[in-house]
Design a protein around this ligand. Structure first.
Ligand code: XMP
Length: 518
């Protein structure tokens, strides 16, 4: 467990709770999100937060079994900030009154103006008279709890900013963590300053701490790490290697569904540049044979996922006596979110992962990135000296080109796709757009169309280009290339890649589309 000063975010189920954590981490404050129903008195004692934030949430304090924090949180003697539902909960618990929102619901942009009295939480606010904020609430506070006063009002929320300054309890009706509250970061900065955080959460400090923890956990044992060539597993591998040297062996499974030059790049970087023992398992024949004639997307994913585990297990045995498996699990994968919908969510795609491995192989997990967000992993990668071009790489899915080749996969189609994809990415880099785009790739469509080249007829495959902007891959929008860029890229691909005679650009957002084709 981390030694840093800690802030606790109690999650009441807001869609944007993770953003609160992002804002705090940007201030070099270590925080964790925990669902309200896990935060018991004992938990609070162990966690020993220096401050607490109550997130928003979709519930009403009037509902049966409405989510509540433990009463002891108010006796910790630390600053508390309640946001939206968090404000209502605070008032409800401390003797104020919340009313149902009959006709007073407020959603979207609003403006908060100050009252007479100054509040430390609002230092730097109201320089231009009022602040834009983002509201999203049905119920509202009707009577403040004893000790609380009003420090900001909006037309729809007479209690937009409230506080009991003596106890450092703050409660706001709006969401300071979202983009549409432009001064929100300032508010969080003030809150952590009031709570006395020194800002000790930096990647430099984290690196040393993580190395110490890995050494303590692993001792003289052996660790294996499945390397995908992606940023997360790469950063995990380099960090672990720094901690325990050649007690680590990486296994890179080449399933024959990688992009042009990818296997060579990974092998060169890890084996030659970092001197990390690496098994390069070229299993392309095995995977491609198993995928022969398969066109159903879920079947493809299951075949690849299953074979991956078998192959990994086979090669891991070569290492002999490994007790630990390293994984690049990130904090968003660990956060247990509060679900109010009941019931399991629908599976859109079976994501390929090695989740079943540790139990099957009797291995213990080493997950040094479990506390980090993606951009923190990138910062840690830079701290470890990984080249910027590698750290900034777009995500690449475990099933690789298989899901960019809808329908049956053939070796011919894969070869065409590799060439076209390389040209597309080259174009994006040449135009300086790579870092603006979250993910870009080509997909070969299972359809052939008629064209004319020179004086001849062609009957070749159609190619789809995809490029999206996104924050976390959960939602995405298509990237607005210029017509010139698209025209130039299509011409290059058709001229340079035999087998393609038509190029489409995919302008679907997610939802309703997904980023990958399958
Ligand atoms: P979708 O297609 O679900 O993709 O919108 C969202 C993000 O996840 C990546 N992706 C995967 N990553 N294993 C992975 O490691 C998978 O099976 C997988 N499927 C999709 C996709 O590339 C995008 O970044």
């Amino acid at each position: 467990m981390t030694q840093h000063e800690r802030l606790l975010i109690i999650d009441f189920g807001s869609q944007v709770t993770q953003l609160i954590a992002r804002r705090l981490r940007e201030l070099n404050v270590y925080c964790e999100i925990h669902p309200f129903n896990r935060v018991t008195d004992a938990f609070l004692r162990d966690f020993a937060p220096r401050a607490v934030i109550f997130s928003g949430g979709p519930a009403s304090v009037f509902a049966d079994g409405a989510p509540m924090p433990p009463a002891s949180v108010f006796d910790l003697g630390v600053p508390i900030l309640g946001i939206c539902y968090g404000q209502q909960v605070m008032m409800h618990c401390l003797g104020g009154h919340v009313e149902r929102g009959h006709g007073t619901a407020e959603f979207g942009r609003a403006h908060v103006s100050p009252t007479e009295e100054k509040l430390d939480l609002l230092d730097g606010w109201f320089e231009n008279g009022r602040e834009q904020v983002w509201m999203s609430h049905g119920d509202h506070v009707a009577k403040l709890a004893p000790g609380f006063r009003v420090f900001g009002i909006s037309p729809g929320a007479p209690f937009a900013v409230t506080a009991d300054p003596a106890r450092h309890f703050y409660a706001v009706q709006f969401h300071p963590e979202v983009h549409h509250t432009p001064g929100g970061a300032r508010l969080y900065a003030n809150f952590v300053r009031i709570a006395g955080f020194s800002g000790d959460w930096t990647m430099h400090a984290y690196r040393d701490e993580a190395i110490r923890i890995i050494r303590d956990q692993v001792g003289t044992g052996k660790v294996i790490c499945g390397l995908s060539g992606g940023v997360d597993s790469s950063v995990a591998a380099v960090l672990i290697h720094e901690a325990i040297g050649d007690q680590l062996t990486c296994v890179f499974v080449d399933h024959g569904l990688l992009r042009e030059g990818e296997a060579e790049q990974v092998v060169t970087m890890f084996r030659d540049h970092y001197n990390i023992p690496l098994i390069h398992a070229d299993e392309s024949e095995l995977f491609l044979t198993a995928l022969d004639g398969v066109s159903d997307p879920e079947t493809k994913r299951k075949i690849i996922g299953g074979l991956f585990i078998d192959v990994f297990q086979k090669h891991a045995h070569e290492v002999g006596g490994a007790e630990f498996l390293a994984q690049g699990t990130l904090y968003p994968d660990v956060i247990e979110s509060v679900s109010f919908s009941g019931g399991p969510s629908v599976t859109i795609k079976s994501h390929h992962n090695v989740g079943g491995l540790p139990a099957k192989m009797g291995l213990k997990l080493v997950e040094p990135l479990r506390e980090l967000f993606k951009d923190e992993v990138r910062a840690l990668g830079a701290e470890l000296g990984l080249p910027p071009s590698f750290i900034g790489r777009h995500p690449f899915p475990g099933p690789g080109l298989a899901i960019r080749c809808p329908g049956e996969i053939t070796r011919d189609k894969l070869a065409i796709l590799r060439k076209a994809d390389a040209i597309y990415i080259d174009q994006i880099r040449k135009h300086g757009l790579y870092d603006e785009i979250w993910q870009a790739f080509a997909a070969i469509l299972p359809v052939r169309t008629v064209g004319v080249m020179g004086d001849g007829r062609t009957y070749d495959y159609a190619l789809a280009l995809r490029a999206v902007t996104s924050v976390d891959g959960m939602t995405a929008d298509y990237y607005p290339f210029t017509h010139d860029f698209l025209g130039e890229t299509a011409t290059r691909i058709i001229n340079e890649v035999p087998g393609i005679n038509r190029v489409f650009y995919d302008v679907t957002s997610k939802p309703p589309g997904t980023i990958e084709m399958e």
